[in-house]
Design a protein around this ligand. Structure first.
Ligand SMILES: Nc1nc2c(ncn2[C@@H]2O[C@H](COP(=O)(O)OP(=O)(O)OP(=O)(O)O)[C@@H](O)[C@H]2O)c(=O)[nH]1
Ligand SMILES: [Mg+2]
Length: 483
């Protein structure tokens, strides 16, 4: 039986009306409040996602160091527990293993968790007493489930590929190979390209070789410590379960002149790029990012400043591109929110590893962070979400100290450096108040923020770990839900 457009319209209107009855709205609102709060921990590779997630779990389990988390300060936070995560196909976040690494209780000296190679999920349950008298009478104990996904940072940049064409991406990728520091490392890949005709019929061996060549080039750039945040596609660096899969058997190629013959190397590479975009990136995004409620964007500014001004610029571009994929805003009130689905309504831009910067310069680090994400933050606020920046250290690995040098009193940091027995005092350079000046100084090699190791005694039974402003970060991200 076919229905006319008018019937369909009537049906839609009735459906909508049904959704808007007070009961249905109340029901949906309750389900929104009861469902897990999904916190997106976003950040490029090595920005500090795994350490942050471990530190958040530890801090909520042992909240003795969270004076600025309001529910804790009010004495209303009852406690937290680790829970069995919801998705049976994704491994659980290895909280205990990461903590043991930080503590050095796995038989070695305290160190950082290894770089992430696979997805994993953390679920926690939180209990607290509501702030209001009336709320307290209705439900004396409230509960929230918090979900966090940890993933290799390399995959984040892939979000920028969702809307791109193979021709565009190829042209840009090949252009970067001929410039700056990548040119030397790109030589073997470019030499192989010279011998190929992209319009020639495709064969699997050549395509696989191209994929491996591209992957080898990206890995070489990373190993050389090049300031290239925008390396990709991410699965070519960290394949996860796609090792050897045909969807990774392609590389950027120069566009053949004239019509692209079907079945040519170029045509098949373009098909694979589209499959990568739609299947790999699309699925990753749909399953893990499309329904986030809150987001923290972790940015390793000390690392980028140490690598030079280009690295900071590259970082800014990478962030802007990847943030473009998320949906922000309140959907204009509860009704809008119910109809338009879930959106991120609070974002924290966190300058991580702030312990590497002397405490007196944290306000400057925050100012630099603000200037770096100003455009992105403005656009997000325009959509109706709240944003904030903070300089934080999920784990405080260094102390701020002053040291005399040539009659000057220099602001320094002290912490453990690999291979040295005793803590070292380092002068990392002084961050200027003006962000533009900070970039100029970075360009001149003016900063060297040392990658300290976690201190001994960081993890003590029954206590949270030392941190910098992790409590303020948590208060911005989930504090309102613990009211
Ligand atoms: N000083 C200091 N260093 C940190 C902190 N958090 C992370 N680091 C450093 O940054 C490195 C990367 O941290 P991770 O948490 O593994 O970063 P990630 O974003 O999970 O990295 P991928 O898994 O590779 O994407 C660590 O090995 C430490 O060297 C921090 O709070 N303080
Ligand atoms: Mg990680």
């Amino acid at each position: 039986m076919s229905t006319s457009p008018f019937d369909r319209l009537g049906l839609e209107a009735r459906r909508l009306a049904r959704r808007l009855t007070p009961e249905a709205l109340a029901e949906e609102a309750a389900s929104l409040l009861d469902r897990p709060l999904r916190l997106g921990v976003t950040g490029l590779a090595r920005s500090g996602k795994t350490v942050f997630t471990t530190a958040v779990a530890r801090a909520l389990l042992f909240p003795d160091r969270l004076p600025f988390l309001q529910a804790r300060a009010d004495g209303r936070l009852i406690g937290a527990e680790l829970r069995r995560p919801g998705d049976p196909e994704i491994p659980r976040f290895a909280y205990e293993t990461h903590l043991a690494r930080l503590a050095g209780s796995d038989g070695e000296m305290p160190g950082w968790p290894a770089s992430t190679r696979m997805l994993s999920q953390l679920r926690m349950g939180l209990r607290w007493k509501p702030a209001g008298m009336v709320d307290r009478r209705i439900r004396p104990v409230r509960e929230l489930t918090l979900d966090i996904i940890d993933y290799p940072g390399e995959w984040l940049l892939d979000l920028a590929l969702i809307e791109r064409s193979f021709a565009d991406w190829s042209a840009e990728a090949l252009a970067t190979l001929r410039q700056g520091p990548r040119a030397e490392l790109a030589r073997p890949f470019l030499a192989r390209l010279e011998t190929l005709d992209p319009a020639a019929p495709a064969d699997d061996v050549t395509l696989a070789e191209l994929g491996q060549g591209w992957s080898a080039h990206l890995i070489a750039c990373r190993t050389a410590g090049l300031a290239v945040s925008r390396l990709g596609p991410g699965r070519f660096l960290v394949p996860g379960d796609l090792e050897g899969a045909p969807v990774l058997a392609f590389s950027p190629l120069p566009e053949p002149k004239g019509r692209v013959p079907s079945g040519s190397l170029y045509a098949v590479a373009a098909e694979r790029f589209d499959q990568y975009r739609k299947r790999i990136v699309g699925r990753f995004f749909r399953e893990h990012f499309a329904r986030l409620d809150r987001q923290v964007v972790l940015v390793d500014l000390p690392g980028a400043l140490s690598a030079g001004a280009d690295a900071v610029e590259d970082l800014k571009l990478a962030l802007t591109e990847s943030l473009g994929a998320f949906r922000y805003g309140r959907g204009h009130g509860m009704i809008g929110r119910l109809l338009s689905g879930v959106r991120i309504d609070r974002v924290l831009f966190a300058a991580t590893k702030a312990d590497q910067v002397p405490a007196a310069q944290h306000a400057r680090l925050d100012a630099l962070m603000q200037s770096l994400v100003a455009d992105a933050a403005r656009a997000i606020r325009f959509e109706g979400a709240e944003t904030r920046t903070l300089a934080i250290a999920a784990v405080k690995a260094a102390e701020s100290v002053f040291a005399e040098h040539d009659g000057r009193n220099l602001a320094c940091v002290r912490g453990r450096i690999a291979g040295r027995k005793r803590p070292s005092v380092v002068y990392p350079g002084e961050l200027p108040a003006d962000p533009a000046e900070a970039l100029a100084r970075a360009a001149g090699g003016g900063f060297d923020f040392p990658p300290f190791l976690p201190p001994e005694g960081l993890v003590r039974d029954g206590h949270g770990m030392a941190h910098i402003r992790l409590d303020q970060a948590l208060d911005h991200l989930i504090g309102d839900r613990l009211g």
